[in-house]
Design a protein around this ligand. Structure first.
Ligand code: ADE
Length: 300
């Protein structure tokens, strides 16, 4: 997998040479290159931002610098695209706003769910985008080329993703959580780690990926883990885990995962497919107050 990252702080990504991702690069599983966006500027100040059109606080990243950079990294020729976003002179401001809200919804959908391996995927972290999930990480781990663009300041000009989508590029915008960071660098590190650890050969133990939280169709939070000693400072490991009875251990862990998910993330319980639950799962969920006779569990 080839990964390009564009940022005004490319040094931030030196940490990627450490740990498992560093090893994966040495093994040739991934090739990560961090580029400095300012290398594509032409003015003495190497400026990448400008004031927002329509007023407001902060600065917005300019489309011209980004497009020179992205055209080069994506091997695209500059062109002009026709978009119907130019409103008629007598259109009201609210019609304008509704129209752009509609296209924002379109953008938010990250339409190309499964990336085709031969097409690069251009990813912009953005606090006002859909949440990045384990499913997105899994899908993106199948791509051959990922290109991350890190925004700074108040963000980037909205026409940048719009233009590259119009060019047929698979463009995604993701938020990593409901909070605002100073820029996209941390968000890119998070997404990169979630994606690359899924690459075949990246992790020593592939089974640990299958078992962990948010993985698979019927995702639950993971059960608790213990190691030796069996009694530590007065706190004992649950007896069943020491029994050597694998079926009982599996059931205990599964029930614990169901109980923990019920308590912390009931939305994940509501998303379960009841047809994929076994008899013991149903019994546990019913004891936790769920109705399991429909397509998905419903709280009683
Ligand atoms: N940039 C700033 N905040 C962000 C967030 N929460 N997710 C993704 N990108 C961001």
């Amino acid at each position: 997998m080839k990964i390009d990252i564009v940022s005004v702080f490319p040094e931030y990504f030196e940490v990627l040479n450490l740990s498992l991702l560093g090893k994966a690069q040495e093994k040739g599983l991934v090739e990560v290159t961090a580029h400095n966006l300012r290398d594509w500027t032409h003015d003495v100040h190497h400026s990448v931002d400008d004031t927002p059109v329509g007023g407001g606080a902060g600065m917005v990243m300019k489309p011209e610098v980004w497009s020179e950079c992205l055209d080069e990294l994506l091997h695209l020729e500059p062109t002009t695209v026709t978009c119907d976003s130019t409103a008629d002179a007598d259109d009201t401001a609210s019609a304008d706003a509704a129209e752009s809200a509609e296209s924002a919804t379109e953008i938010a959908a990250n339409a190309d769910a499964v990336p085709s391996t031969d097409r690069p995927v251009l990813i912009f972290p953005n606090p006002s985008a859909p949440l990045f999930t384990q499913q997105d990480a899994t899908e993106l781990s199948h791509a051959n080329h990922l290109l991350f663009g890190c925004g700074r300041y108040e963000g980037y000009d909205a026409r940048i993703p719009q233009y590259y989508r119009a060019q047929g590029v698979d463009v995604r915008e993701y938020s990593i959580g409901d909070y605002v960071l100073n820029g996209g660098e941390v968000a890119v590190s998070v997404m990169l780690e979630a994606i690359t650890r899924l690459l075949p050969g990246f992790m020593g133990n592939a089974a640990s990926i299958v078992e962990e939280s948010y993985t698979g169709e019927n995702a639950l939070l993971e059960h608790r883990q213990y190691t030796k000693p069996a009694d530590w400072r007065g706190i004992k490991v649950p007896d069943v885990l020491l029994s050597g009875d694998h079926a009982k251990v599996d059931r205990f862990r599964r029930d614990e995962a169901l109980a923990k998910t019920n308590e912390l993330r009931p939305d994940l319980i509501e998303a379960l497919d009841c047809s994929k639950l076994d008899k013991a799962d149903r019994k546990t969920l019913m004891a936790l107050g769920w109705e399991v006779s429909g397509a998905h569990p419903r709280q009683r």
